[in-house]
Design a binder for this molecule. Structure first.
Ligand SMILES: [Zn+2]
Ligand SMILES: [Zn+2]
Length: 382
């Protein structure tokens, strides 16, 4: 990593960081990190997690069991791809089960003893933190690892899967405006749902039984924009270039707003550290906020926007903010941690102002709020 000599280079967190130059040992795509003991891309990581425990006889090679695996051919032969995963040193014992993630995550708020948390399923992170000098406990490391996994499983993978289903050709065809608007709504929904899915899983919220979910739900729209910034920063949106989405947003937004948004993304990319964990902790901490709201003029707020906030959610937020702070200090040192956090808050407030201007534009369209109503109804069930 360039430009980050101020970061700690302790190897104990390599499993949580991107080396942006590394390539996947299976297919050669840009790697997202060390997964199951080998540097791989997200696609191969997901492939391995889905298939490593399935009996290998399920896949059969239609050729001579020596298919070349590249980014272009990796989908053609699952048998050879899985063989290559094992050959390159990926270990299926390191796959953390969904049950393990849930157990460790639910322990987040009520902290468990060290002994209890040393589950054999979490050995990767356990063995590397033995010489860790930071204030992060073993519980903390387990939780960080689980958050990272939940993000990939519930946010990134569904995003990539849904993206593969949408043909890019659609946006280049001269479709009628109504159809394009629906595409825009689908896109907004896609970005929203992945954040919803991540937050629900990592915090184990079941909206049908948890009354408190309503408080969190109101914050998720603002978080989806923050999450887009993050997806664009790492390698994940490489196959979903912004240009395709931009022409859909051009239908409803002004060039000025779009340029501000692009500038905003640029600032985010250049000022936030190459770290896969920090932003997830921000997302979770912000989800527990007493209502994130776009920064409008004073007269545009409603008194209902400031309802009382349950104490247990404030306590949960405290827990995650403490974890966030400990982790940021560990990664950046106290001085840079303060600078970075101030920058992040500034970035987030700017985003809220941008969001308010976007809402003003779509609220004042000729359709008298129909688009807003449509977006709301599409998102409201989640
Ligand atoms: Zn790969
Ligand atoms: Zn093959």
């Amino acid at each position: 990593m360039e430009n980050d000599s101020s970061y700690h280079s302790n190897s104990s967190i390599t499993c949580l960081m991107f080396d942006t130059r590394a390539l996947c040992v299976v297919c050669g795509a840009p790697a997202i990190g060390r997964n199951f003991d080998a540097y791989t891309c997200l696609s191969c990581k997901a492939f391995f997690r889905r298939n490593a425990y399935n009996d290998q006889v399920r896949f059969t090679c239609r050729s001579s069991s020596s298919c070349e695996i590249t980014t272009l051919t990796r989908r053609h032969c699952s048998a050879c791809r899985l063989n290559k995963c094992f050959r390159q040193g990926m270990k299926k014992e390191l796959i953390r089960s969904l049950v393990a993630i849930k157990q460790a995550t639910s322990g987040a708020i009520i902290r468990r003893s060290h002994r209890e948390s040393q589950s054999p399923l979490l050995t990767t992170i356990n063995h590397v933190v033995i010489d860790d000098q930071s204030v992060l406990s073993l519980d903390d490391w387990n939780l960080l690892s689980n958050i990272q996994n939940a993000y990939e499983e519930y946010c990134v993978e569904p995003f990539l899967a849904s993206h593969e289903r949408i043909s890019l050709i659609v946006t280049t065809q001269p479709y009628r405006t109504r159809i394009k608007l629906q595409r825009l709504i689908d896109l907004i929904k896609k970005y929203y749902l992945i954040v919803v899915s991540f937050i629900k899983h990592v915090l184990e919220f079941d909206p049908s039984t948890e009354h408190d979910y309503i408080y969190i739900q109101n914050n998720l729209r603002a978080l989806s924009l923050l999450n887009v910034s993050e997806l664009m920063k790492c390698n994940i949106l490489k196959h979903a270039p912004w240009e395709y989405d931009r022409c859909l947003f051009e239908l409803v937004l002004t060039e000025d707003i779009l340029q501000r948004f692009e500038q905003h993304l640029h600032i985010y990319q250049t000022t936030s550290p190459h770290d896969a964990v920090i932003i997830k902790l921000f997302l979770i901490s912000l989800a527990f906020s007493s209502r994130i709201y776009p920064i409008f003029g004073k007269d545009q707020y409603h008194s209902m926007d400031f309802y009382p906030f349950p104490q247990q959610l404030v306590s949960a937020q405290n827990y995650y903010i403490t974890l966030l702070w400990k982790y940021v200090i560990y990664r950046l040192g106290i001085h840079n941690a303060i600078i970075y956090s101030a920058r992040f808050i500034q970035h987030f407030l700017r985003q809220q102002m941008l969001d308010a201007d976007v809402l003003n534009i779509i609220n004042n369209r000729d359709d008298h709020g129909q688009l807003v109503a449509l977006i709301r109804s599409e998102l409201s069930d989640n």
